[in-house]
Design a protein around this ligand. Structure first.
Ligand code: SAM
Length: 260
């Protein structure tokens, strides 16, 4: 059966996305490593280095079920604390709060389990929150930073996600988005198309026993706005100094904006 994406009505989309991630949650990590040849780890490192996390910050990672980004933010804050804040560490770390928000409780369970495996099961800085990126439960101007990694492509209304991120950020707060994007270098584009249309669905079938979810993944990459268009949408949501960086020729892009 084909996934018939175009016929899927909007109100069904979030349910569908929920199912996709429930199906893949267990094989999620291994597929990420395989599909990106391990590169997603470096991309996430890059995202967090652009955030410049600081001790005492309040940070929100949306669509962050697996904890991948949140763990990096916490590591980065801890290394800053150790280097620069000897002596004041407990108070500062007490104030640090990282919220991991995801619509799918199964993804959050995967993340919590991974936190426990890393010895972060009792970590008071980490808060796991079930919620929708389009309608966040956080107060206005309550966050110093906002990240969303490989999450915005799957939402129903990108504009709502952007306006919600703007709402919850404090002035001076940074929005950062890591997302699979568009390649337009001629030969590389052909290779990438072959890889995504032929190799990825086959890998999904072989490793996760689920071809359709990975077919959907590839189609959703094609539908996502170009780097330039997405940058304009971020600006339309109110953000200033909007810029983006392509990684691996646009296979992924990191967009950033400031609430000033
Ligand atoms: N950020 C993690 C990473 O980079 O490994 C997870 C990315 S995963 C591809 C996408 C996540 O987005 C899933 O955990 C899914 O449950 C979540 N998601 C999808 N729609 C969402 C929404 N409307 N609000 C919040 N999370 C959503």
């Amino acid at each position: 059966t084909s996934f018939g994406y175009k016929e899927v009505r909007e109100e069904e989309k979030s349910k569908l996305v929920g199912n996709v991630f429930s199906n893949v949650a267990s094989s999620y990590d291994i597929m990420n490593d395989l599909m990106s040849a391990g590169l997603h780890r470096l991309w996430k490192d890059r995202l967090v280095s652009k955030l410049n996390p600081f001790p005492g910050m309040k940070h929100l990672d949306v669509a962050g079920g697996t904890g991948d980004v949140a763990f990096r933010v916490l590591d980065s804050i801890k290394s800053v604390s150790r280097r620069a804040m000897e002596g004041t560490l407990p108070e500062v770390e007490e104030k640090t709060q990282i919220y991991i928000c995801d619509i799918n409780p199964k993804m959050l369970s995967v993340g919590k389990k991974r936190a426990a495996d890393r010895g972060l099961g009792e970590e008071r800085c980490l808060n796991w929150v079930e919620g929708d990126a389009e309608k966040l439960s956080f107060e206005d101007a309550s966050m110093d930073g906002y990240t969303i990694a490989f999450g915005i492509r799957n939402v129903t209304h990108i504009e709502k996600v952007l306006s919600e991120s703007y709402r919850v950020l404090k002035r001076g707060g940074r929005f950062l988005c890591l997302e699979l994007s568009h390649v337009d270098t001629p030969i590389f584009k052909e290779l990438y198309d072959y890889y995504s249309f032929s190799v990825i669905p086959a890998m999904g079938e072989l490793v996760a026993g689920d071809r359709e979810s990975y077919q959907y993944l590839v189609e959703s990459i094609r539908r996502f706005p170009s780097q330039e268009k997405f940058a304009r949408m971020i600006g339309d949501a109110g953000f200033q100094k909007v810029e983006y960086e392509n990684l691996v020729g646009g296979v992924v892009a990191i967009h950033s904006g400031l609430k000033l």
